[in-house]
Design a protein around this ligand. Sequence first.
Ligand SMILES: [Fe+2]
Length: 484
Amino acid sequence: MSPALTLVLCGNLPESSQGRAFIIKSVLPQTYFYSISIISNSLLLLTYHFVYFKDPLNCNMQVETIQGASLRARYKKVRASSEHICKPLGKEDYVVQPVVDVSPPKWHLAHVTWFFETFLLMPFKADYKIYDDDYSYVFNSYYETVGKRVLRADRGNLTRPTVEDVYTYRQYVDQAMEDLLADDFEPTPRFLEVFELGLQHEQQHQELLVTDIKYILGHNPLFPNYFKTNRPDTANSPADPANFLPVSEGLYTIGHQQPGFCFDNELGVHQVYLHGFGIMDRLVTNGEYLEFMKAGGYKDFKYWLMEGWEWVKAEKIQAPMYWYEVSGEWHSYTLRGLQPLDWQAPVTHISYYEAEAFARWSGKRLPTEFEWEAACTTYVKEIPPMAQFQEEGRYLPTGTDPHGYQFYGDAWEWTSSAYASYPYFKTQPGALGEYNGKFMINQMVLRGGSCATPRDHIRPTYRNFFHPHLRWQFTGIRLAESHE
Ligand SMILES: [Fe+2]
């Protein structure tokens, strides 16, 4: 059997449901399939797949292990997605940093490569030779443990290494990873843990690539079309009148319990008591947000938190990011250029302050992150096929998810919860302990993923977090109401 066919078989097989469990399943009459998953600290560390062939040629039973091939395939798929997102870019697009929060695409491509080099190749590949000793200084993001690094605000000053240098660096690391992940590679549990973290980390940066590219092009006065096509986006965004889904009062279990990867900030499973509440069965639309604007939402302090009102005045905020009034008609910058606003689509690119003000104006409130998780797991058991994720390649929230209540994809949803550690949260040892925990201050939690999130990167317990004034991500609103 060819490795490719073997991989297809594995893709159709169920994952192990519990740690340290053996699942034995015969997938074809002439084969046995064995899958062994090992889970530690709730992270899926490793899945071994073995295919045994029942002596089709009257010879002894053949045993094939596909672990190395499986790891290589996953690595290549994730790495290719990052480069796919950058394909429409011109060289100049790769380099600029218009604001501190937006990193140059070139930097993202190099930084995620540095992550694999630093945390996998250096500790786990005995003969590995560092590509360039200076790269850690320019492509380390925030790991104090690793050493000094260029200021975040100065990433746009890095005309060197060039774009070509960065792609060459990626090829060098990719080749080393491929060599490491040979068919006979026997990874340790720690290797597999960090390997998966490296892939998930690159997926996080893929979302940042999309939103940073949108910011770079969307703040160019010519509003360039990233897709380089005049084809308009044809999606319709039907938004039925909103209803509120009831969620009963009671104790709910919060945090990651399922098999598969999660970040450390989702660990610390615990119970939370919730009063009965209702939660909107879809996201707030552009049309509904316009009503808030028409009602003077940006002009009346009474809807705003004090910090939010100061932000509105200081930054002269009058509309969501990327909204422009052209000849009396509202348009928004999408990656297809300036387009008439789709009033049925979810409102996005708003700050926490705006989401909170809209909720006050509506006479409702934002859900807590615990209410969001309880509602999502109550009403949506699996991510719906129609949910809008990165793979659709449109990078445009549309609201065409009538059965999943839009809990997944389209837009990250601001919650009223401050980003803090769960009970029992543990900081991991070493540099990777800096991944999440040190950011648990002055940020708000968002849930659900967006149209720029990879579909296999999201889950109901995923906790995203941003400072309340930021709005260059695909961020939206879902309202909640308290039951008497
Ligand atoms: Fe990073």
